[in-house]
Design a protein around this ligand. Sequence first.
Ligand code: NDP
Length: 509
Amino acid sequence: MGSAASTASARPSVITSINPATGTPIGEVPEMTAAEVRAAVDLARAAQREWAQLSIEARCRKVLRFAEVLMERAEEMIDLLVREGGKTRLEALGMEVVVVADLVRYFAKHAPELLAPVPLPLHLLKHRASYLHFVPRGVIGIIAPWNFPFSIPIGETMMSLIAGNGVVLKPSEITPFVALKAKELYLAAELPPDLFQVVTGRGSTGAALIDSGVNKIVFTGSVATGRKVGAACGERLIPCTLELGGKAPAVVCADADLDRTAAAITWGGFANSGQVCASVERVYAVDSIHDALVERIVAHTKELRQGDASSSLSDVDVGAMTWDQQVSTVEKLVDAAVASGAKVETGGKRGTGPGQFFQPTVLTSCRQEMDVMRKEIFGPVIPIMRVTDEAEAVRLANDSHLGLLAYVFTRDRERGKRIAERIQAGTVMVNDVLATYGCPETPWGGVKDSGIGRTHSAIGLRDLCETRHVNHDRVALAREVWWYPYKEGTFRTILRGARLLFGKRFWQR
Ligand code: NDP
C-alpha cells in the first residue's frame, strides 16, 4: 500500500476480499477516505516532479526493472490472481502477467521515439515552423475493474510512469490484493516509493480520487459508472479515458474454416469465465453453416473442465466467476432467454458447491430482441443466432449501443477486411478473438457507449501527456504583412494572393 495509507488514522470500514472459487476470505483492506486519497495524490505529485526531470530513456530503464521483478516472482502473482480472481493459472499467466511484462518491454523500447517531438510542416506560412511535444500531465488517477485486476491497471500504470507521470490507483473492491501485490513488486524494483500509490476502497473512494486534484482519469468499468465518471471529470475539466462495456458480435460467413472458428468462439466466449469486455457475446451464423458450427462449439464446450484452480493441481479450463452478483446477472439473462424460446445446448445453470460458478453455456435459437443478445452478459454464455446471409449479420452486429470489439470469420481475407470495416467497433479481428489486448502497439477502446479515448499504442501513450504546440520563426523578418497598420494596399495584395491560392486555377478559368 502507498505510504499515504500507512499514515492514516481512523478507519471507517474495511473490505473483505474472498476467494470466489471457495468462498474463503483472503484478507481485509481499509476503505480509504477522501482525505487519505488526497494525501496519496499529494505524495505522488511531489515524487512526480523529480521523476519528470529524468530523461525518458532513464525512466524507461527504471520501469523495465518492474518487468524483470515480475518475471522473477511470476508464480507469486499468478497464485494471487487465481485465488482472488478465480481465474485459471494459464489465464493468470497469459492474460495478465505476460501482457504486462510485454507491454513494459515494448514501451520501454519504443516510448522515446513515440514521445519524440513531431514536426508539423506548414503549407502556407513557410517562413515559420511548428512542432508538437509531449509533456507529462502530472498525476494520473486509474480506476479499475475486477476482471483483469493486474493487466488493466498495471499496464496503464507502467505507461503513465514511462510518460513521466505519477499514478494513484483505485482497484476494484473485489480484487484489492492484486493491486497491493503489484505495489510490492514495484517497490522491489526500486522505483520511487511515493510515485505510485494504491488507494483501496469502494465506489466512493473512486469518486474521491476524481475529486483529489489528479490531472487525468483512466477509467475501466461499466457503462453506468463510466457515465458518472465522465460527468465528474467534465465538472472538474480534467480529461478522462473511458474503457467501458462490450457486446462483441462474431459474424460467421459461409466460407469460414469451421474448426478454427468453433475453437476461437469457444475460447473467446469462456476465457476468464466470459468476464472479458471483449468476450464473444453473440454469434451470427449464416444459415448454411449454422448447424455444423453449433455442433463443433457444443462439442468443445462439453470437453471443458471447470473448477477451482487455486486448490487443484490438475488442469482447469474455466475458473470461477469473480463477483457473486455477476452469477445472478448471468443466470437471469439465461433464464429469460430460455423463457423466450432460446434452447440450451449445454450448461445453463449455476454451479453447485461453495464457489461462484456458472456452467459454460451454449444457447441457440436466439433472437436479436432477447436481452441475452442485447445486454452485456459478462459470464460464460455463448448465444447463437441463425441469419440468412452476411449482410443481415453485419446489420445485426451494428444494432447495438455498444461497440468495443467484433469478430469476423471467413477464409477470404480481403472479404474479411471489407466486412470488418463495416462493423461499428473500436477493434475488429478477422479469424481470431480477444488477442489484441496483448498487442501493446495497437489501440484499445470502443465506439458508441463502449467508451471514449484509447489505451495502449502511441495514441494511448500520448494521451497520458499534454500535447503542446510550439510555433517558431525560420527566417528573421521585421514584421508580418497582416500586422498594424492596416492599409488599403495590404488588403489588395492579400486578396490578390488569396485568389491565386484558393480560387480557380488559371487553366480552369
Ligand atoms: P464498475 O463500473 O462497477 O466499477 C469499475 C471501478 O469503478 C471499480 O473500481 C469501482 O469501485 C469504481 N467505481 C464505482 N463507482 C464509482 C464512482 N461513482 N466513481 C468512481 N469510481 C467508481 O465495473 P466492474 O468493476 O463491475 O467491471 C466490469 C465492467 O467493466 C464491465 O462492464 C466490462 O465490460 C467493463 N470492462 C471494460 C473494459 C474495456 O477495456 N473497455 C475492460 C474490462 C472491463 P468498486 O468496485 O469498489 O465499486
